[in-house]
Ligand binder design. Sequence first.
Ligand code: SAM
Length: 204
Amino acid sequence: MTQDEYIQSIIKPSNPYLDTLLKEESLRKDVCPSIGPHIGNLVSFLVELLKATRVVEFGTCLGYSTICLAQSLEKTRGKLISIESSPRLVEETKKNVYKAGLAHRVTIIEGKAEEVFDTLPGPFDLILQDASKEIYLPLLNKCVKKLRPGGLLLSDDVLFPAKEVRKRQRELINEYNQALIKHPELTTIILPLGDGIAISMKKY
Ligand SMILES: C[S@@+](CC[C@H](N)C(=O)[O-])C[C@H]1O[C@@H](n2cnc3c(N)ncnc32)[C@H](O)[C@@H]1O
């Protein structure tokens, strides 16, 4: 048994619909990968740890991360705003979130995160960045500004520079990581889960 299999055998997903979504994702070629079970458990845990009630995510796809976040927001009685640029995926995620019994916790906004985010007042307790790598760096300062002190910016796929992905993606993420690490208002760690997740806390 691998480490991954062992963890998954003893820690069950926070919402039973997450397994259905993972299976669907593995059978489809028209969607990009979700954060998956390990990062999914981590983001759920962090929402509870922070007692987060105001959460936003960029990049919804089929709604795996959306359901992980919303399941914990059920406990904190919070709300998630999820921004997705693909109208087709917005419709699919709406249905999936409904099937997971969490529609009352989530508002899905169709549009480009870099435009929609400007219209959201904040402050936020937690932001999950998992959309196009092109927008990570341009949105960084805006995210920091709208986080409350002690709030978390979670950035997925930050180990792309060490993976076999397109050169452009490696460069974009490397530039982003440098900016995250040097940011005067953030303290950042990177965990090697999935394709890498950065956890950045806005300093008090
Ligand atoms: C990696 S997938 C998100 C996976 C999702 N967070 C999960 O774990 O289930 C990236 C998603 O970001 C969306 N996307 C790409 N660029 C975007 C942008 N500028 N604004 C909003 N969504 C974007 C894509 O359509 C895609 O569905």
